[in-house]
Write a protein that binds this ligand. Structure first.
Ligand code: F6P
Length: 546
């Protein structure tokens, strides 16, 4: 069954939230803490080794209740059920959305066209396991009998961002294999990777769900030609494997059927790292760790599926976005992990959120009259503090931010970790409390400034505060906790889509540019420019030196 269609603005909750946001516009979080000693406790949730503190958000009991009411009026419960049961909720592509099946336990049953997909998933998992064991142990060898040392993942978008992010995030758990990620059609990307490699010991994984993506096929061909400079055509199968749901195209490209790891059309590219798309990551961290990653995601799936809305982490996070995005005028959301290991996390989530919820028509195909997907961005703390935090503290924009931190450091350098975490806590406190005129003035007085200097500097020293943050404090960065963290954000994406009455699992918006690039490429190659606007024509001519 498709998802129900309701215009969110027509719900009672939405109308009341519109009134409430006017009333609450002047509320300062600091005052909310001052008047409610139980606020931090009341607005925090504990799940496994996650502690999520929502209390530094601009929310009151009234707004939270209305947001929960909105979720009910938008039939969120029903949508979650349909999602997990494999209903065709990706309607514009006529597909189910079942990335949750990729991390399902062996005894779970999820039917799709008369097949229990969990069985198929576990068969592929076994193939991944066997393959990993062979490559990591060195028993599977390259064409000259040497063990593999390097693995190149060739893919883009969901076929790159997920495995790359996980590989970086779990670098602490990595084995001897060196991983490379080549995505951009910019030849400098692939050539920069190839120049470090030895064809005898390099494995290439061509990852493309569709097996039609220009960037991936271009980089695969360049890599294969480079390989063939030293090896023979008969050696290719030992060094080139593929992950795709388009087996026919992969075979036509020259990949041996045995060397193709299948995926399914009910897995969206940006949600596919749990499938064989994650093979490079699995090779880097070992299959056992990859399985722990899946288990962590599965645990979050169960939390999301089984927990009442008011205690459900992805639901609460999505409701906050709606509050800020649709009622308080925020346009972006920052994600700031306080660990260098997660330096690709925001980039990865950008695709998840922005490709999913960057939609302008609702599920009936009508233009929406309200804001949908937010701009997602971020960098790890503390680097972020020295780059863009100025704007969050004293700029003019409202930027809700998630702060993700870990109680235990992986290398165990407590001195560093204490400093890191001191910054982590200090920033959310500063963002919330700010600094009043009186506080700023007394600081300036203490530094022996003249009355004149104090008056001149004061406006620049004031921090308004009231900048919302959600703190996600996790025991330790492990494959399991990372899996759960990623799945939490995946489900947040889903809930947002339900609340905005949009289709989150298609991505038609990426097609137009691809089509035009194909046309322009032919023009560049034949030096015959077609009809364009005068700016585009001028630029192509400049490129062709005409
Ligand atoms: O262009 C967008 C997109 O379709 C993404 O959704 C996808 O992750 C990426 O391209 C790569 O697609 P494929 O895995 O089919 O090569």
């Amino acid at each position: 069954m498709p998802l129900q269609q309701t215009n969110p603005t027509a719900t009672n909750a939405w109308k009341q939230l519109e009134q409430l946001c006017k009333k609450e516009a002047t509320l300062h979080c600091k005052e909310l803490f001052a008047t409610d000693p139980s606020r931090a406790k009341r607005l925090s949730r504990e799940w496994g080794d996650f502690f999520v503190d929502f209390s530094k958000n601009r929310i009151t009991e009234e707004s939270v209740n209305l947001l929960l009411q909105l979720a009910e009026e938008m039939s969120l419960d029903d949508a979650i059920k349909k999602f997990f049961e494999g209903d065709v909720i990706n309607q514009t592509e006529g597909r189910a959305v079942l990335h949750t099946a990729l991390r399902a336990k062996k005894d779970e049953v999820i039917w799709q066209d008369g097949v229990n997909v969990v069985d198929e998933v576990h068969q592929v998992r076994n193939k991944i396991k066997e393959f990993c064991v062979g490559i990591i142990s060195g028993s599977t060898k390259g064409y000259t009998g040497k063990a593999f040392t390097d693995v190149v993942n060739i893919g883009i978008g969901g076929s790159d961002l997920g495995p790359f992010m996980v590989t970086e995030a779990l670098a602490f758990y990595k084995n001897h294999l060196t991983l490379h990620y080549v995505s951009n059609i910019d030849g400098d990307h692939v050539h920069e990777a190839l120049k470090q490699l030895d064809p005898e010991t390099t494995l290439f994984i061509i990852v493309s769900k569709s097996f039609t993506t220009q960037e991936t096929l271009g980089n695969a061909t360049t890599s294969k030609n480079w390989f063939l400079q030293t090896a023979g055509q008969e050696d290719v199968p030992k060094h080139f494997i593929a992950v795709s749901s388009n087996v026919e195209k992969a075979v036509a490209y020259g990949i041996k059927p045995d060397n193709i790891f299948p995926m399914w059309d009910w897995v969206g590219g940006r949600f596919s790292l749990w499938s064989a798309v994650g093979l490079s990551a699995a090779l880097g961290i070992g299959y056992e760790n990859f399985e722990k990653l899946l288990d962590g995601a599965n645990a979050m799936d169960r939390h999301f599926k089984e927990t009442e809305l008011e205690n459900n982490l992805p639901v609460l996070m999505a409701l906050l976005t709606v509050w800020y995005n649709n009622f308080l005028g925020a346009e972006t959301e920052a994600i700031i992990p306080y660990t260098q290991y997660l330096h690709r996390f925001s980039a990865y989530l950008q695709q998840g959120f922005m490709e999913s919820n960057g939609k302008r028509v609702d599920r009936a195909g009508l233009p929406v009259t309200y804001q949908t997907g937010t701009v997602i961005w971020g960098e790890p703390g503390t680097n972020a503090q020295h780059a863009f935090f100025q704007l969050i503290h004293q700029g003019t924009k409202l930027i809700p931010a998630d702060f993700i931190g870990f109680r235990t450091s992986l290398h165990g350098d407590q001195e560093h970790h204490d400093k890191l975490m001191a910054n982590f806590f200090a920033q959310t406190e500063a963002l919330m409390n700010g600094k009043t005129k009186e506080e700023a003035a007394s600081e300036l007085e203490l530094s022996n400034n003249t009355a004149e200097t104090i008056e001149a500097l004061l406006p620049f020293k004031i921090f308004p505060g009231n900048n919302p943050t959600t703190t996600i404090l996790i025991e330790k960065l492990t494959p399991h906790s990372l899996g759960a963290l990623i799945a939490m954000y995946e489900h947040k994406i889903f809930v947002q889509g339900v609340l905005w009455n949009i289709f989150s699992f298609d991505q038609w918006g990426v097609e137009l540019g691809k089509q035009l690039a194909t046309t322009i490429l032919a023009e560049i190659q034949t030096k015959n420019t077609g009809s364009h606007d005068s700016s585009t024509s001028q630029l192509i001519h400049k490129f062709l030196n005409k």
